[in-house]
Every structure is written in structure tokens, then in C-alpha cells.
Design a protein around this ligand. Structure first.
Ligand code: SF4
Length: 345
């Protein structure tokens, strides 16, 4: 529930509560649901606040971070969604107060519900007024009304495909934040973060979320703003039902980040790797057995479109073999990517 984490891009995970509701394709293989309903034997739809002892962890990490003279990242929550509006607002108020009280920690709040963020912040503000929590009130007032975000909060959204990028980034970009990030994990389709449909001044426009650049339809001159994505994390889908990720989709995000000076972190490849068939091997048989699958760049399944030699008739499709997460590893074209944005306080 806390302290140690197997997630490479954070130092700690903190779960103020546990429980959630699946809302998009990225939730299909939800690790938290499997954990709660499998090993813990609970009902994942029921939101449960964690113990008082667990809530003491962030202050301990904060003291240690100060003593060591290093900033530490905290991912919260990993078994729920920080902006879930089914959670009692008092729990969010307490979480925000923990964040306020631990400025030596960088809090990474990753959501699939960015449309809730501003409303949840306003609800938390009202609850803080009612509870006369003046320090938190001032902190929230600066964030919401003066648009001065706390320096230790990173806001992120999960983007598993283009539709979710188009939907979620628009909301994320509207919330003041010192660092915004994208988690493209599990990556289920090609995603272009550099042409998000986003109205500008009442006109149709596209927005380059990595450069912070508007381009109105029909205009030649772009407009630049400060709001942009500073970090992209990506990874394949893991677990027994993990779907394969076309290598082209990872490469696209890697290359777009490189071209825009955006930090890029490739977490893992999922369960599948590129398949190199043995000469004379029964490729069609491998595909039909499920050991090997065919992935089309569009994401649509094309395993049933085979010619007489077992080859796919779909141009651009690749063969991928299920080898498991450990063997698939986290190298992309032989390179480990561990990019993180610089924090300027
Ligand atoms: S939002 Fe996250 S925690 Fe909630 S169901 Fe989806 S994957 Fe699981």
C-alpha cells in the first residue's frame, strides 16, 4: 500500500483510499481491481479509506527527503483515481492537506477523470471553508482562483489511444499545474500528442501538446502558450490478458518527445515482442494457436487475414510473440529510456 514500489518512475506509492470503477479500455486489465477482488477478496467498487498508520507514511518520506537533501516522487493513488468523485470529499481534502504539508515530495496525481479535477478542487475548497482549515484554504485559493499551482503537484492523464488523448488532454491543459504528464500505458493504439483538436478563441484549431503550440485551421502563424506536456511515460499492457503494442506506437511517442525536448520514460514493453519466425516454421499454426499474433498499425485485429503461408495480407502489420513481461523487458530498439523533467522550485 505504500513505502516500496515496483513502478520505476516513482519513489513511493501512497494509497489514501482503495477502490474505483472501470471507465475506459485502459481499465480492462486493472491491476488494482484484480488485487482487491482476487488476493484481498474485497469489492473494488466500494471505496475504502486506508488506515491511520498508512496515512503517516508521506510525512515520514518527507522528513527523510529533507534529511537526504533530495526530492522524492510519490504516486497517489495506485489503487484508485485521485479525482474520483465517488470518494467522500473529506478524504480528498485530507490528501490535499498532506500534499501541502510535504513540499519536499513531488506528488504525481495520475487520472482517467481529468474532467473532474477543477470541480473536485472547488468541492474541496468549500469543504475546507466549512471545516475552517485556513492553511489549506489559502493553498487551494491560490491554485484555483489565482491560477498559481502548488510547485510539488504534477498532474497527469492516462492516454491509451487517440480518442482518449483528444478527450483527456483538453481537460488536463485547462488546470493550472507546474508539470503535466501523460501515461500512455497500456498503449493500445498510435497516439499523436502534437495535433489535439482544441478550440482556440472560438475557432477550430489543433494543439501541439508537447510544444504548447496552437494552430488555427486556415491560419499560417502558430501561437505559443506555456501549458504543455513535460513528461510522457509509456508501456505495454501486462497480465494474462495483456494486448500487444505495435512497436511503431512506442517509436512515435519516443520520436515526438525527442523532437520537442519532452522527457520520455519507456516503462516496459508489455507481454509481447517482435516475432522472428524460423525459416520453414509454421507461422500460420503459431498464429492460430495464439502464441503469435498479428498487430496492425491501426490497432485493429487482423489475425484472421492470412494467406496460404500464414502471412498477413495486411500491409504494415507485424508479428508479435507472447513471451511474458520479464522477457519482453523495457528496451526500445536496444535503448533504456528513463527521462524525467527538471524540477525548478
Ligand atoms: S481508473 Fe485506474 S484504478 Fe480505476 S478502474 Fe481504471 S485502471 Fe483501475
Amino acid at each position: 500500500m505504500g513505502e516500496q514500489t515496483g513502478i520505476q518512475w516513482t519513489d513511493h506509492t501512497f494509497n489514501p483510499w482503495i477502490g474505483c470503477t472501470q471507465i475506459s479500455a485502459a481499465c480492462d486489465s486493472c491491476y488494482a481491481k484484480a488485487l482487491v477482488e482476487g488476493r484481498m477478496g474485497g469489492d473494488f467498487a466500494e471505496r475504502r479509506r486506508t488506515s491511520a498508520a498508512n496515512w503517516k507514511l508521506p510525512r515520514r518520506w518527507h522528513r527523510k527527503a529533507l534529511a537526504d537533501g533530495v526530492r522524492r516522487r510519490v504516486f497517489a493513488p495506485s489503487l484508485g483515481d485521485p479525482w474520483d468523485n465517488q470518494v467522500p470529499i473529506e478524504w480528498l481534502v485530507d490528501l490535499l492537506d498532506e500534499i501541502r504539508e510535504t513540499p519536499g515530495l513531488d506528488w504525481m496525481l495520475l487520472t482517467k477523470r481529468p474532467m473532474n479535477i477543477l470541480n473536485q478542487l472547488r468541492r474541496a475548497f468549500d469543504a475546507a471553508v466549512a471545516a475552517e482549515r485556513s492553511a489549506l484554504l489559502a493553498w487551494l485559493y491560490s491554485w484555483i482562483h489565482k491560477r498559481q499551482p502548488p510547485p510539488n503537484v504534477w498532474l497527469g492523464v492516462t492516454v491509451e489511444n487517440q480518442a482518449m488523448a483528444n478527450l483527456r488532454l483538453r481537460y488536463l491543459l485547462d488546470v493550472p499545474a507546474v508539470i503535466r504528464f501523460v501515461s500512455a500505458e497500456p498503449l493500445l493504439g498510435e497516439v499523436n500528442l502534437r495535433a489535439i483538436p482544441r478550440p482556440y478563441d472560438g475557432h477550430r484549431a489543433t494543439f501541439d501538446a508537447l510544444e504548447g503550440k496552437w494552430m488555427r485551421i486556415g491560419d499560417v502563424d502558430p501561437g505559443y502558450v506555456r501549458e504543455r506536456i513535460r513528461l510522457v511515460i509509456d508501456g505495454g499492457e501486462t497480465g494474462s490478458t495483456g494486448r500487444p503494442t505495435h512497436t511503431k506506437w512506442f517509436r512515435r511517442l519516443r520520436d515526438d518527445c525527442r523532437d520537442t525536448d519532452t522527457a520520455y520514460f519507456h516503462k516496459q514493453n508489455g507481454e509481447w515482442v517482435l516475432h522472428k519466425p524460423h525459416p520453414g516454421g509454421d507461422l500460420g499454426g503459431d498464429v492460430r494457436s495464439g502464441r503469435v499474433t498479428i498487430v496492425h498499425p491501426s490497432g485493429r485485429s487482423c489475425s484472421d487475414v492470412l494467406n496460404e503461408t500464414g502471412r498477413s495480407t495486411e500491409p504494415g502489420s507485424i508479428y508479435m510473440a507472447r513471451v511474458g513481461k520479464a522477457r519482453a523487458g523495457r528496451l526500445l530498439d536496444g535503448v533504456e529510456h528513463n527521462g524525467m523533467p527538471e524540477v525548478c522550485l
